[in-house]
Write a protein that binds this ligand. Sequence first.
Ligand code: ADP
Ligand code: MG
Length: 687
Amino acid sequence: MPEASPATPTSASKPKSAPQKAMEKLGLVRDIDLALHLPHRYEDETRVTPIAEAREGETVQCEGVVIECRVELRGRRSLLVKMADDSGELLLRFIHFYPSHQKTMAEGNRLRVRGELRGGFFGREMVHPTFKAVSEDTPLAQSLTPVYPSSASLPQVYLRKAVASGLKRAALEELLPPGTVPARLPSLREALDFLHHPPPAASLSMLEDHSHPAWQRLKFEELLAQQLSQLRAQRERARLRAPALRAARGGLHEQLLVTLPFGLTGAQQRVGEEIAQDLARPAPMHRLLQGDVGSGKTVVAALAAAVAIDAGWQCALMAPTEILAEQHFKKLVGWLEPLGLKVAWLTGSVKGKARQKMLDAAASGEAQLVIGTHAVIEDKVQFKKLGLAIIDEQHRFGVAQRLALRKKLASQALEPHLLMMSATPIPRTLAMTYFADLDVSTIDELPPGRTPIVTKVFADSKRDNVIAKIRDEVAKGAQVYWVCPLIEESETLDLKNATETHAELSAALEGKVVGLLHGRMAPSEKAAVMAQFSAGQMSVLVATTVIEVGVDVPNASLMVIEHAERFGLSQLHQLRGRVGRGAVASVCVLLYTGPLSPTGKDRLRAMAETNDGFEIARRDLDIRGPGEFMGARQSGAELLRFADLQEDAPLLKAARELAPQLLDRHPEAASRQVERWLGSKAEFLKA
Ligand code: ADP
Ligand code: MG
């Protein structure tokens, strides 16, 4: 084999330049990626404004001859350049400059400069304008100059060139059959050429608010790709087979209903019926059960589990935290073991012999219901006959975990049914688009006898009054949660904060038990503290957000959230949902430390104004936008870049109508459309 000459490295081994690396980081790898990297604004270098006509505060391009260039030494050292055209004079001021600046802007040179015009003490001036030396016949730009989203190590000039050549090379031929694109929209090629290099006369406002037909075409394409990929996933699923699980007369399901300490609400009965119908079909259920915090999803899950088990299949229930999994375990054991069912417990912290025993019980089918954290989906866990998998608080599981679960479930000859539960309701528009491959059941009613939670917002300066209030309430037998925020990337600080608060409250509430719960504690320690609080032997529980999801202690009636401004809206709502679970009137106090950001203010206001999880979700969507709402940013899967589900509803409708036609009649074009737009992201859309 000939040795590779060091003088001619292959392209694969060539070290990447900083801008190249920066481009990769922005996901700009393929030509199509570059073509779809759109400017977020434009600069107008297509015309020159006479100096005298430029208005203060406006960003303009002027051209003239340098009449003076000198370095000012008094005060701050700076370079001052005076230039003039036929209409007037303009001063250019540079605080950072190199000798090359002086050379380019030497007296007598002709300059084209662009910057914001200011009315300075010495007359009209621009501070740090862009500039270049020109001659009288240097042509002006033919189109608006694009300014691209970029990063510090990626200069605009470099990026502009890369995008322009990517755009030229990208395969942008029309994939959609004639007559299927909404009328008056340009072709994709035309739309992109236009958006990257709009002519001087283009309406900047239509470009900026994305209402221009070129933008519409782009959004339509994106929505279509998304609809296609979901429709494909839906059809793939429809071909799969699952065990048909029917509730038998007088079976476990009925027995559980009879022995429950309460009757179901109308909403629980309705969603229970929807789930039962899915389970009875020989195709896998793929259903999201959404219901506000405290609406009683667990019992609906237990009833579904009873149907599956009665039919001779196993059921798995997964929760995102050990505390929650353990609580489910206790509750379900309480309901189901009296009926003769065998419930097993599996989390990451179950080790050694106990773990092996559980694994054996799952593999032999002896464990009819397995409850745990995501440890339940690990490779080593095998079920004999898994018929139903239930995921609680599904939004808390990462996209990768959800994909792992789906792969795992797909390994049986018959797929299990899948029930996902969430207290973070997904607004209808989102449910329809992100989850086209998902059926949704909604519990829209709380169990009877609940008193609405009163939410109060106080500045942190009122902390002592709040503690005094706690003392009164605790004396009357109340139980209180005190939540300390998670300080991002600093578990230590986080802990210090919680520990200090714990000491402070212990001192203020002499004679009462004040407990502490945080993420660094061993699962057994956490469980012990939770058990003490649940049993009513503890007055105050100081906790970091480990209590955020699902915890159910009906006697707790007061919750204080410290630094409430640091929490997201749905997180605050989840936390608040830990109180108001019994008949006692509950209060939630949000303490904040100012100054509040505008969105921080919006969040606290929303909390004070409504208890309704759907309303909260709607406002959260308004504040954060759909991408972040779905937590997609964290997973790295950008779901919709251009389209907005609410604003672009008409385009969405058109895309929904076209998707099935395209898939049936032009499957090849449909595949290419998905590949062009989603590439590797298509996988994520299925999760
Ligand atoms: P979530 O939907 O937030 O998971 P849970 O399932 O934890 O709510 O239920 C909240 C509380 O309400 C639990 O204590 C549960 O036992 C109780 N509960 C559920 N359904 C009913 C009902 N129909 N009537 C009375 N209490 C109920
Ligand atoms: Mg729950």
